[in-house]
Design a protein around this ligand. Structure first.
Ligand code: UDX
Length: 446
C-alpha cells in the first residue's frame, strides 16, 4: 500500500510539498501550529503568493468541490502520528537574533512533539535547511523518545525549491538528495519519489552530513556567483566597462554558464543571506572556519550593493534627498513572489526614506507584507501612481510589469525623467530614446 504522508510546517516549503504529494497520488495530512493558517489552507487558500500553488491545493483539499480529497490539514500532532508512515519536517530555520547561527527551535520542537507519539513504524524526513550535524543529533533524540523504538527512523532530504517556481521545482525536481542510514529508509523514499525518479530526476543517496551539506553548499555557490558578478560590476563602474556585456560574454563559456550572473542590488530573501551566515557559524563550531571566510566577503559585497544603490540615487537627485520624491518599483526580494524577507529593494527604500526623501513604493504582490514591515514608507496602487511627481524612479525588483512600462507614459507623470535600474533588467536604449537619464549598476553612464 502507498505510504501515508504528513507534512509538518505549512510555509512556502511545506504547503507546496503537501500539495505536490497529493498531486502525486498520496494521502496527505499537513500540520501547522498556527490555527489561522490551517483554517485558510483547509478552505483551499494559500497564505502567500506562489504561482500555481492555490490551483494545486484546490485540486486536492478535502471538502472543495471537485477536489480529490487526498489533502487535509490539522493542528494535532496526535492525528499526524496516527495517520502517517512518512513524516516530512518542513518548518523554517531563521537566523538567530544578533547571531549568524540559525535558530533550530522550530525543528527541535517538531521532533520533540512528534516523536513521543510515534507508536508504529514511521520515517521522519527532515527537509528544513539545518546546520550539518543536526540530523545525527535528531536521529538520536527520535530513538530516545519514540515508543516505536528503532522502527521510527530519521532521513534527511533537503529541499531546493525556488520561490516563484515552487510548484514546478517540487513536482519536477532537478535532483533528489537523501541522507539515510538504512536500506529501508532509501526504499521508502524511492517509493515516495517514484514519479519524479521515473521522469529522470537523479536520486542521490548519501549519509546525513553530506545531505545537509549539499543544501548549504549549493546556496553558498549561488550566492558566490551573484556576488562575483556584483564585484565585477564594481570594477566595471570604476573602469567604465559594462557588466551586462561582460556577464553575457563570460556566460558563453559552458563551464561558467549564463545563469545567476545578473548584476544588481544583490540577493535577499529567506534563504541565501541567512544560509551562508549559518554555514559560516557552523564551520566555526567545527573548527573549519577558515574554509568559509570567503563567504564573509560574498556577504559584504552583497550588502554593499544596497548602499551603493542609495548613493547613486542620492547623486541622481543632486546630492541630497531632502525634499525629494523617490519612486521605488518593487518591494519583494525577487519577482513572482510576495516575500519581502531581507529584500534588497525594501532595504534601499528604507534607507532613502531615513535620509529624508519622500519614498513611494509599488509592488505587484508584495504590498501587504512590505507595509507590515515598513509602515512609514508611502505606498501607491500602481507603478504610475508611485512615479507621480518623482525626482527619480528606482527599479529594484524585476517584475515583467516594469519591463512592459511605457517610458513616455511614465515620463508624463514624473517631475524628472531619471531612472536607476537596480536589476539591469530594463532596456537602456528604450528609456534613453524617451529622454530619460538611465543609470544602472556596473554600466557606463551614457
Ligand atoms: C534560493 C535557491 O535558489 C534555492 O535553491 C533554495 O532552495 C532557496 O534559496 P530563492 O530564495 O527562492 O531560492 O531565490 P533565488 O531565485 O535563488 O534568488 C535569490 C536572490 O538572488 C534574489 O534576491 C534574486 O533577485 C537574486 N539574484 C538571483 C540576483 O541578484 N542575480 C541573479 O543573477 C540571480
Amino acid at each position: 500500500m502507498a505510504p501515508k504522508i504528513t507534512v509538518i510546517g505549512t510555509g512556502y516549503l511545506g504547503a507546496t510539498h503537501a500539495a505536490a504529494m497529493a498531486e502525486l497520488g498520496f494521502e496527505v495530512l499537513g500540520l501547522d501550529v498556527v490555527p489561522e493558517k490551517i483554517e485558510l489552507l483547509s478552505s483551499g487558500r494559500v497564505p502567500m503568493y506562489e504561482p500555481g500553488l492555490e490551483d494545486l491545493l484546490r485540486r486536492h483539499v478535502a471538502g472543495i468541490d471537485g477536489a480529490t480529497g487526498r489533502l487535509r490539514f490539522t493542528t494535532s500532532y496526535e492525528e499526524v502520528a496516527d495517520f502517517g508512515d512518512v513524516h516530512f519536517v518542513c518548518v523554517n530555520t531563521p537566523q538567530k537574533h544578533g547571531e549568524y547561527a540559525c535558530d533550530m527551535s522550530y525543528v527541535d520542537s517538531a521532533v520533540e512533539s512528534l516523536a513521543p507519539l510515534l507508536r508504529r513504524p514511521a520515517l521522519v524526513v527532515g527537509k528544513s535547511t539545518v546546520p550539518v550535524g543536526s540530523a545525527a543529533r535528531l536521529a538520536a533524540r527520535l530513538l530516545e523518545l519514540a515508543p516505536a523504538g528503532e522502527a521510527a527512523e530519521l532521513a534527511w532530504n533537503p529541499e531546493f525549491l525556488r520561490e516563484g517556481f515552487a510548484v514546478q521545482d517540487t513536482l519536477h525536481p532537478d535532483r533528489i538528495v537523501v541522507g539515510v542510514t538504512s536500506k529501508q529508509a532509501e526504499k521508502q523514499l524511492r517509493e515516495v519519489y517514484a514519479s519524479p525518479i521515473g521522469e529522470g530526476s537523479p536520486f542521490v543517496v548519501t549519509d546525513f552530513p553530506t545531505a545537509e551539506l549539499v543544501k548549504t553548499s549549493a546556496n553558498s555557490f549561488l550566492a558566490t556567483k551573484i556576488s562575483f558578478i556584483n564585484a565585477m560590476a564594481e570594477v566595471c563602474e570604476a573602469a567604465d566597462g559594462d557588466v551586462v556585456k561582460l556577464a553575457e560574454a563570460i556566460g558563453h563559456d559552458e563551464r561558467i554558464g549564463k545563469k545567476f550572473l545578473r548584476a544588481g542590488i544583490g540577493f535577499g530573501g529567506g534563504c541565501l543571506p541567512k544560509d551562508i551566515r549559518a554555514f559560516m557559524a557552523r564551520a566555526g563550531e567545527l573548527g573549519a572556519d577558515q574554509a568559509l571566510t570567503f563567504l564573509r566577503e560574498v556577504d559584504s559585497i552583497n550588502m554593499r550593493r544596497r548602499g551603493h544603490m542609495v548613493e547613486l540615487a542620492r547623486e541622481a537627485v543632486g546630492g541630497s534627498f531632502l525634499g525629494k520624491r523617490v519612486a521605488v518599483l518593487g518591494a519583494a526580494f525577487k519577482p513572482d513572489s510576495d516575500d519581502v524577507r531581507d529584500s534588497p529593494a525594501l532595504n534601499v527604500a528604507g534607507q532613502i526614506h531615513l535620509q529624508g526623501a519622500q519614498v513611494t513604493v509599488y509592488d505587484p504582490k508584495g504590498m501587504e507584507n512590505a507595509r507590515a514591515l515598513f509602515p512609514t514608507l508611502g505606498y501607491a496602487p500602481s507603478a504610475l501612481d508611485a512615479a507621480r511627481g518623482a525626482h527619480a524612479v528606482l527599479h529594484l525588483t524585476e517584475w515583467r510589469e516594469f519591463r512592459d512600462l511605457d517610458p513616455q507614459e511614465v515620463g508624463a507623470v514624473v517631475d524628472e525623467r531619471r531612472i536607476l535600474d537596480g536589476r539591469n533588467a530594463l532596456d537602456p536604449q528604450v528609456w534613453r530614446e524617451a529622454d530619460w537619464t538611465y543609470r544602472a549598476l556596473g554600466r557606463p553612464r551614457i
